[in-house]
Design a protein around this ligand. Structure first.
Ligand SMILES: [Cu+2]
Length: 125
């Protein structure tokens, strides 16, 4: 009886450790974001070869947490006008302090459709 219980405890512990590792790998780009509590989270999913959504609309001054999720293939999301480059499953908190339309594209060479992976960040005044 006692043995069965400790086996169970080991199983629970290793599951918890696995979960912790999984979380860790998704925060690789978040190091310079002090607080994302009041940020609006926008998730863009990337597959070969498109972003969904491909158009993001925000209001000027809004605090945004941009999250990239790869659902198929390995892609990045680069918004050069905002100096943001998410790679694979990364996230970034930033304030949309410049109005305008900013193109974003894939920053990881992912194959034949790489050049077609484009989108727009629209920051409304
Ligand atoms: Cu690509």
């Amino acid at each position: 009886m006692k043995k069965a219980f400790s086996l169970f405890a080991v199983a629970v512990l290793s599951a918890a450790m696995l979960a912790a590792c999984g979380n860790d790998s998704s925060s690789n780009n978040a190091s310079d974001s002090p607080s994302d509590k009041d940020a609006r989270e926008i998730t863009v999913s990337a597959k070969s070869f498109e972003f969904t959504p491909s158009e993001i609309k925000v209001k000027k001054g809004e605090k945004i947490k941009l999250v990239l999720k790869n659902t198929n293939g390995a892609h990045g999301l680069e918004i050069s006008g905002y100096k943001i480059n998410l790679t694979r499953d990364g996230s970034k908190v930033f304030t949309a302090d410049k109005a305008g339309t900013f193109d974003f594209d894939c920053s990881i060479m992912c194959g034949a459709g790489h050049g077609d992976m484009k989108g727009k960040l629209i920051v409304e005044e």
